[in-house]
Design a protein around this ligand. Structure first.
Ligand code: CMP
Length: 140
């Protein structure tokens, strides 16, 4: 499997509790490299656009509200099989179902306040990275 890039967000529940470093340690311990990173406050428009695919889901409004409730850290992660690897490191979307040793089992508070987001496929990874980073922002 070739080296891939994936997009990650450390969500407001984690930045609020000062957990950025602990989440990053779990990412790096798993062998992923943080090759782009920025702390930002998402606007409502940015959050709506980012989660557009969920626009018809009942949780969309609450999700947008939560993602704009405080700063987030947007990241580009690089490594062998990075997309699947990061999904493994994050654990299940619902923290009640997340395996022990995963980021969400360790830190997530609820299905919305679930500490991290990671891309689910190469096409979405490329789109999500492009929403927040230019090539010059990513240093491998
Ligand atoms: P994330 O990986 O950021 O992608 C969409 C987010 O919607 C998801 O993590 C959850 O935080 C949130 N969410 C809230 N309710 C649900 C649900 N029922 N199914 C999937 N995602 C949900």
């Amino acid at each position: 499997m070739a080296v891939q890039r994936t997009f990650s967000i450390i969500k407001p529940d984690a930045t609020k509790r000062n957990l950025t470093g602990k989440v990053n340690a779990m990412i790096e311990d798993a062998g992923l490299r943080i090759v782009g990173q920025r702390r930002v406050q998402l606007s409502e428009d940015q959050a709506k656009k980012f989660y557009e695919v969920h626009a018809e889901r009942p949780f969309y409004g609450d999700l947008v509200k939560f993602m704009t409730s405080g700063p987030v850290v947007v990241q580009v992660l690089e490594g062998e099989n990075a997309i699947a690897k990061y999904r493994e490191v994050m654990g299940a979307t619902n923290p009640a179902e997340a395996d022990a040793g995963t980021i969400r089992a360790a830190f997530a508070e609820s299905i919305d306040a679930n500490t991290v987001h990671g891309s689910d496929a190469p096409e979405t990874a490329a789109e999500e990275i492009a929403q927040f980073f230019t090539d010059a922002d990513i240093v491998g």
